[in-house]
Ligand binder design. Structure first.
Ligand SMILES: Cc1ncc(COP(=O)(O)O)c(C=O)c1O
Length: 420
């Protein structure tokens, strides 16, 4: 626990040196994503271009609510979201909007899905996602005022991917019960192990039943930006809407999330209110009418500059090195008495074999502490009713020595629990 400076403003404004001293106190207690042992979450070190663009964005203080408040930046957002949607396979005329985080992108997608399927006035409906989908899906439906039993979580297979046969059965059961299926949320990159749901077969069920397909690619969709990694996240082109979070791996400063749609005009049809205190939009609609947010920062600037700094080669290299680190750690942990949960991306979770859930929880607590003492931070998700340790390999500063140290600490901790 670090010391926090005083929070309330004093009667007189403080001189610069006092402000800097106070700022230092806050910075001393901040989480440090640049540390080579920062492996716990999907919060990588920031790219320099993205940091610079964030500062410039603050200085410009433009507002993405309306074009007259952000003439060039509104156009940049439209162009970049269109480019991103096309690059990820959504086709000609696709596009979207930037949102402050993946939870908001998922919420807006489901609001559009409800409007587009003509189910605005119904509460008796179904939404399907896998048991490993992110909690923001349930949160979105709650915010939309839908009862909790609307969301039906489908089981996953041994690789953590939504079970297509179980989904097909769930569709048939909903039909027999007279419940329309508003949407299926497929995940491209699940939160704990980075699994990719079978999007093509989910899409064909959605087409058959007239349901919306939203792909939550907050973690995985960026892999489709690189020709050499696209095959890891196939069939994104089948999505009606797609969430992508460049903040999670590409080093774009928070927040950076996009909601992309095959038909971006659905956004203004759904969220448009008119802005009677603004000049009309030069295009179809103002940014503030294309989503839930009104006043918005120009988050697009840091995404655009960050991607330009990386270039196609930099993006591909960043993705490859994240996967290589995961696969190296995997090879170090495989000989140990662990159950590994991973997928094709850069996430790896593990738990000891042969322990009760209570003993696995104690082991995870103790081992996480030992790892912290060795300057390595992992997270401790509860997955399938059992505590795991999870390593996210998106930090380019993590080297071989950190991975070897990690495996050694885990191995010692397993030996200790075997001795006990
Ligand atoms: C798969 C997935 N979707 C959505 C989200 C939510 O994103 P955010 O934290 O930006 O709201 C997360 C967060 O980790 C996630 O893992």
């Amino acid at each position: 626990m670090s010391v926090l400076p005083q929070v309330a403003p004093l009667a007189e404004g403080l001189p610069l040196h006092s402000l800097l001293d106070d700022l230092q106190l806050v910075m001393d207690g901040a989480y440090n994503p640049v540390h080579p042992g920062a492996l716990a979450h999907l919060d990588p070190p920031p790219l320099t271009a993205s940091v610079a663009a964030d500062l410039i964005c603050a200085g410009l203080n433009n507002n993405l609510l309306a074009e007259e408040l952000s003439p060039s930046l509104s156009r940049l957002e439209r162009s970049l979201t269109a480019w991103m949607a096309e690059s990820l396979g959504l086709g000609d005329g696709s596009g979207g909007v930037a949102a402050s985080g993946g939870s908001l992108s998922n919420l807006m997608a489901l609001v559009v899905a409800r409007r587009s399927t003509g189910l605005d006035c119904r509460q008796d409906l179904r939404v399907f996602c896998s048991a490993d989908a992110h909690v923001s899906v349930a949160k979105a439906l709650a915010v939309m005022g839908l009862p909790a039993d609307v969301l039906h979580c489908i089981g996953v297979d041994a690789a953590g991917c939504l079970d297509g046969d179980a989904l097909s059965v769930a569709f048939s059961q909903a039909k027999a019960a007279g419940l329309p299926v508003m949407a299926v949320v497929a995940t491209a990159g699940t939160t704990v192990r980075g699994a990719i749901d079978p999007i093509a077969s989910i899409a064909s069920l959605c087409r058959e039943h007239g349901s919306w397909l939203h792909v939550d690619g907050a973690i995985g969709a960026v892999f489709a930006l690189s020709a050499s990694h696209r095959a890891l996240v196939p069939d994104l082109d089948q999505a009606d809407s797609l969430t992508v979070n460049p903040q999670k791996l590409l080093g774009i400063t928070k927040t950076s999330s996009l909601l992309l749609l095959k038909q971006p005009q659905l956004l203004s049809q759904c969220f448009g209110t008119g802005l009677p205190y603004m000049e009309p939009s030069w295009a179809e609609a103002h940014g503030g009418e294309c989503g839930l947010q009104g006043t918005r920062p120009a988050e697009v600037l840091k995404l655009w500059l960050g991607l330009r700094q990386l270039g196609e080669q930099g993006i591909a290299q960043l993705l490859s090195s994240a996967i290589e680190r995961r696969s190296h750690l995997q090879s170090l942990l495989e000989p140990l008495s662990l159950t590994l949960r991973t997928g094709p991306l850069h996430l790896l979770a593990f738990t000891p074999r042969g322990l009760t859930p209570e003993a696995a929880e104690r082991w995870s607590l103790r081992t996480r502490q030992r790892l912290l003492e060795s300057q390595l931070m992992l997270s401790r998700p509860l997955y399938g009713g059992r505590h795991h340790l999870k390593a996210v390999m998106g930090n380019p500063h993590t080297g071989l020595s950190e991975l070897q140290r990690l495996a050694a600490v885990v191995s010692r901790s397993l030996e200790e629990s075997a001795d006990a």
